[in-house]
Design a binder for this molecule. Structure first.
Ligand SMILES: *Cc1c(COP(=O)(O)O)cnc(C)c1O
Length: 426
């Protein structure tokens, strides 16, 4: 009779508590019900005292109706593909929220008539890259390449240097992607050496285009020779240059990273790139270049299957027109002072923490040979797992018996949150 489980309340009686009214409105009844159910399950399992059930359920409610959570990226990898690549600027986030409801994405508010989709985002892109006669935006860079193959090389040949046969990650290989879109791939040159003559000799009436791929996630050192855009552009077939990371202009810290403006000036007919790498914006594929080629891409029936969402257009426009995105601040940040200060605060709290010098990376398939000097707060390795588990999760890296929280990709306003998370765990 005195089995404490007898006193376990019913889910409905908890949901009827007035404190659960607002969360049910915000998150939906089904989600809150499942959450309360899970908490009561912990009570039944003896993990949680019954008189703590209601409070715990309230305190641990999910923040949103989706499970993706904001994460503090203390890995030292700025564009971390597993952590959502580029963090958006506040301006881009605000633009996404504004466009999330009904919005004038295809509507002219002056005339009250239908209008072309996403013109403002495309105009922003065109303004930033005056060398491009025309621009287009699709879901990601992979889609941009597929569209290039579909529209410009159906059943025909695309020439690619053997030094540029790239797997972009998770088993996806660019030549396979193009072949799946119906193009035939013709390998040119050798892994370590490809010369202009190799391309010239491979050109036949079957050749649709030359595709130059920036080996963004590796680099070849030693006895290596590749061909820049300029001589290729003289070969009388269009040169499409996949620059990968989406720099629009050269960046002084990334001397070997190609940029769209220079590539077009050198004669590339089209440039393709990702929106969520060094451009610092939302996931998107951008295509820049000659008007007649861009028009062919836009007119292809499958272009419709790659079209971007209104919130993507909003974020892209805000990234291009608004303040510099966080990726750029991270690239240029000197975090030594912040690391020293955070380590001292933790140390004063009795925690085994000190600042150490590290090497951060651009990541996300960008500038693989660039090491960015950085600083981390070093903690005992046992902190790594609980730091990932709490709220907000802090993801560092473990090196030997230490957990390193590299501040290169951490926004300065997140330092306090790291302090709170670590000191709570201590
Ligand atoms: C990242 C990358 C891609 C793939 O881009 P997504 O936007 O992820 O589709 C293609 N090519 C190169 C060179 C890249 O670096």
């Amino acid at each position: 009779m005195d089995d404490p489980r007898r006193a376990i309340p019913r889910v409905n009686s908890i949901l009827d508590d007035p404190r659960f009214a607002e969360p049910q409105g915000r998150l939906g009844r089904a989600l809150v019900r499942a959450h309360v159910g899970a908490v009561l399950q912990r009570v039944r399992g003896g993990e949680l005292p019954v008189d703590k059930a209601l409070e715990t359920a309230l305190d641990t409610l999910p923040k949103t109706a989706a499970s993706l959570r904001r994460v503090i990226n203390a890995t030292g990898v700025i564009v971390h593909t597993n952590l959502g690549r580029a963090p958006l600027s506040e301006a881009a986030k605000a633009a996404m929220v504004e466009a999330a409801g009904h919005t004038d994405v295809e509507f002219d508010l002056t005339t009250g008539q239908r209008a072309a989709r996403g013109t403002a985002a495309l105009a922003a892109l065109a303004e930033r890259v005056p060398e491009a006669e025309a621009v287009h935006v699709v879901n990601n860079n992979a889609a941009a390449l597929v569209l290039v193959a579909l529209a410009l090389a159906p059943g025909r040949e695309i020439l690619i240097s053997r030094g540029e046969f790239i797997e972009i990650g998770a088993g996806f290989r660019i030549p396979d992607l193009l072949a799946a879109a119906g193009a035939r791939i013709r390998e040119v040159g050798m892994t370590n050496r490809t010369r202009t003559e190799d391309y010239a000799d491979a050109i036949t009436p079957e050749t649709a285009l030359i595709l130059k791929l920036h080996p963004s996630n590796y680099f070849i050192k030693g006895f290596f020779e590749g061909v820049p855009v300029e001589p290729l552009a003289k070969l009388n077939v269009p040169v499409v240059y996949d620059i990968g990371s989406g720099l629009l202009e050269p960046h002084p810290l990334l001397p070997d990273e190609p940029d769209a403006r220079s590539a077009l000036r050198a004669g590339a007919a089209l440039v393709t790139a990702s929106g969520d790498k060094l451009l610092g914006g939302p996931q998107a594929g951008i295509v820049l270049g000659r008007a007649e080629l861009v028009a062919k891409l836009r007119k292809h029936p499958l272009a419709r299957a790659m079209r971007v969402d209104k919130t993507t257009l909003a974020a892209l426009e805000a990234t291009l027109r608004g303040p510099l995105p966080p990726v750029h601040a991270c690239l240029e940040a000197d975090v030594r002072g912040r690391a020293a200060q955070l380590a001292k605060r933790l140390h004063d709290h009795g925690i085994d923490a000190h600042a150490v010098q590290t090497l951060a990376a651009v990541g996300g398939g960008g500038a693989p040979d660039v090491e960015l000097p950085s600083w981390a707060v070093s903690l005992p390795a046992r902190y790594a797992e609980p730091l990932r588990g709490g709220d907000p999760p802090v993801v560092g890296r473990v090196a030997g018996d230490r957990c390193l929280l590299d501040l290169r990709a951490v926004q300065s306003k997140e330092d306090d949150e790291i302090f709170t998370r670590v000191s709570e765990l201590a």
